[in-house]
Design a protein around this ligand. Structure first.
Ligand SMILES: Nc1nc2c(ncn2[C@@H]2O[C@H](COP(=O)(O)OP(=O)(O)OP(=O)(O)O)[C@@H](O)[C@H]2O)c(=O)[nH]1
Ligand SMILES: [Mg+2]
Length: 681
């Protein structure tokens, strides 16, 4: 069967951790008939959570694509991980969605993470349905949840379902759209009458739906106010318009374990949710770009998975034209032939004949493909804008358990970077640490687990070392002697040098009169000075911002040489340091913290405790952006603390700006730690 954009939808299952997205995906797959037997989270047997790490932890780490064929539509469901540390798929998926199902755990209600996902959907203008999951559990107060949705999300929610059986004995639901009742019977539901105790409620809710539908269109509004009944088609068209303009958010309920409400969810998606013909493609260089199967081919890689056996698999959303096996396309200026292309459902491959604009297919084993690339036909010049990723908020140092694994490690990290654009690998020459930076501790640990499972490389981790500096705060002059004249070739170099603090990079100059030191020895003296700076007097950190002046010296016509003067300069610096005031400098980071209003007080107090300076606050939408400067040493594990303080909602960025003097009590500790480390080396 061929699907055009009018009958294709891309819908994310999105929501806080553990709210039941993967279970819902499983139920959707079962109800729509693409699987005959359901898997379970606890057994690691769902179609979505198939990687070794997901099976091990019982939560999602990557997104999974579950294409479902229902009635006349192809719905590409994308089951996203709930943790806000696994963001690579989330960021790359948001721009391709035609709709989203925001899954909220009925027993947990609207938490900070839920709010943050709802805001993201709003920002991207994505039509949304709210699904209250785990409706079968005890103590679920549907009316209260509705109130909270309005109040905490500010959403214009319209219930399409109403649970039956009361707070503790859920046994079915009333489907407001057709005013029928659906009682749970095993893993199915049986259609019947709405329970007597909720009949009136359902009738009121139905009237509200009609009113909301009418409000979307002037013609319908007039009819409604004149007391005329709206036809089923008119109501549907009003609701469709409301969903598309995001002025209406349907609320439904489900128990994914028994598939309750899931068929109705699919019905709503198919009949009321916008399709790819109502959806704008991602940002690009082409004005007015639309999904259009009649134009020459253009596609965008929004996700990559690396399989140690199959190689890379690229997920491509077709923006223009069509795609099939054997087709040629331009990738990074080169013509490439697509030899392997299929549709993935979880990890299962299925062949297809031809796919059109708006649809998603996978291409395997095309080495040059990577997430963020646009692929085109020769005649197309479309270029989709690559999605920006947040920068890492935590770094950990890694050391291979086996020394021989050094090469394997860098290869494995490169492969992981194909899948995940939200982490960074940094080699710090100074501390000699290999750092891996991610969106949180769990993210980094997961990457390491993946590396072990997929590439058999094991590492141990260490805390990131802070790169301190030393500087001088007073001026001193000292002599440096390097004289050895007993037997054999001699050494003779004597210098007098002044060292003074400066604000620019360290530099050397001379004030020699009368040739006490011949000019040809200036370069070795300068070299000796810079070498001396590499190893500071306090704790062995590099010294910065020093101006050295050569003022006097002595030479010997036979025994003087470059080495002698180089070493003499080193001795002069060492001697001067005995009298000079010395300090330790630490890296200061510019930090932007994004939080909900309610946490502002706590966050400001905490920044103060971390020796931070708040530069300003800025309200953007419902968020507060706190701009501050904080010593790097104080925010090494800020990610974990910020999450704890904000129920997992807060995010931040960090960037090095300059070095600053550390307070004496901190300096003492830094010096002590550095000396201890040196003694252990
Ligand atoms: N009783 C009940 N339990 C459910 C329901 N849906 C999911 N669960 C359970 O909730 C737990 C989490 O479910 P998942 O489907 O993994 O949740 P998720 O949203 O995919 O989780 P992440 O991917 O980690 O964000 C599992 O133990 C499920 O069995 C439901 O409708 N009713
Ligand atoms: Mg999941």
């Amino acid at each position: 069967m061929e699907y055009y954009k009018e009958h294709i939808k891309t819908i994310a299952l999105i929501g806080a951790m553990g709210t039941g997205k993967t279970s819902l995906a499983e139920s959707i797959a079962y109800v729509s008939g693409i699987i005959q037997k359901k898997g379970e989270i606890e057994k690691g047997s769902t179609i979505s959570d198939f990687t070794a790490e997901e099976v091990n932890h019982h939560y999602s780490i990557n997104s999974s694509l579950i294409p479902v064929f229902y009635k006349n539509d192809k719905i590409n469901f994308i089951d996203l991980p709930g943790s806000n540390e696994f963001v690579t798929d989330l960021y790359n998926t948001l721009p391709i969605l035609s709709g989203a199902i925001l899954v909220i755990d009925s027993t947990r209600g609207i938490d900070a993470q839920t709010k943050s996902y709802y805001r993201m959907l709003k920002e991207h203008k994505i039509p949304t349905i709210i699904l209250l999951s785990k409706i079968d559990k005890e103590n679920v107060d549907f009316d209260k949840l509705l109130e909270d949705l309005k109040e905490k999300l500010g959403a214009s929610v319209v219930p399409f379902m109403y649970p039956e059986g009361g707070k503790n004995n859920f046994n079915g639901f009333a489907y407001v759209l057709n005013k029928k009742g659906y009682k749970v019977e095993g893993d199915k539901t049986a259609e019947g009458e709405v329970d007597a105790d909720v009949k009136e409620k359902v009738s009121t809710l139905y009237d509200k739906i009609v009113e909301e539908a009418a409000a979307q269109d002037e013609g319908l509004m007039e009819k409604f106010f004149e007391g005329e009944e709206l036809s089923v088609e008119e109501i549907a068209s009003g609701l469709k318009a409301g969903l598309l303009s995001e002025s209406l958010v349907p609320v439904i309920v489900a128990n994914s374990l028994l598939n309750t409400g899931v068929k109705e969810l699919l019905d709503i998606v198919v009949s009321l949710f916008p399709s790819m013909s109502d959806t704008k493609p991602m940002e690009s260089n082409t004005e007015g770009l639309e999904y259009d199967e009649k134009k020459p081919f253009a596609g965008y890689v929004f996700k990559t998975i690396v399989d140690p056996f199959i190689g890379t698999i690229s997920f491509v959303i077709i923006v223009n034209g069509s795609l099939k096996v054997g087709q040629e396309m331009i990738v990074l200026g080169k013509t490439e032939k697509v030899n392997q292309s299929f549709i993935l459902t979880g990890k299962n491959q299925n062949s297809y004949d031809i796919a059109y604009a708006g649809d998603i297919v996978c291409i395997a084993k095309l080495q040059s493909l990577a997430t963020g690339l646009t692929l085109t036909d020769k005649q197309s010049s479309v270029e989709i804008k690559k999605v920006a990723m947040p920068t890492p908020t935590i770094f950990k140092a890694i050391i291979p358990k086996n020394k021989q694994d050094e090469d394997k490690l860098s290869g494995a990290l490169q492969r992981l970077a194909l899948e995940d654009l939200s982490f960074e690998i940094v080699r710090n020459k100074e501390t000699k640490q290999q750092l891996i930076g991610g969106q949180g501790s769990v993210h980094v640990d997961t990457l390491l687990e993946k590396m072990k499972n997929m590439f058999k490389v094991e590492v141990t981790t260490e805390k990131q070392k802070i790169v301190y500096r030393e500087a001088i705060r007073s001026t001193a002059e000292a002599e440096g002697r390097y004289v050895k004249q007993s037997g054999g070739a001699g050494y003779y170099g004597i210098v007098v040098m002044r060292f003074e603090p400066c604000t620019e990079d360290s530099y050397f100059s001379e004030e020699i009169f009368g040739g006490s030191v011949p000019k040809n020895y200036f370069p070795p003296i300068e070299k000796g000075f810079f070498e001396a700076l590499e190893n500071g007097p306090l704790a062995g950190f590099p010294v910065i911002n020093v101006h050295a002046v050569l003022t006097d010296g002595k030479y010997h016509p036979v025994d003087s040489n470059e080495l002698a003067f180089k070493n003499a300069a080193k001795v002069a610096f060492k001697n001067a340091c005995e009298k000079i005031k010395k300090i330790i400098l630490e890296p200061i980071m510019h930090v932007n913290i994004k939080i909900s209003d309610e946490y502002l007080g706590d966050i400001l107090g905490d920044i103060n405790k971390r020796r931070g300076r708040v530069l300003g606050m800025n309200k953007v939408g419902d968020y507060q952006i706190v701009e501050c400067e904080v010593p790097e040493a104080e925010i090494i594990s800020y990610n974990i603390d910020l999450k704890a303080m904000t129920q997992g909602d807060g995010t931040f960025t960090r960037e090095f700006i300059r070095y600053e003097e550390v307070p004496q009590n901190v300096a003492d500790k830094v010096i002590e730690a550095a000396k201890l480390e040196q003694s252990q080396e």
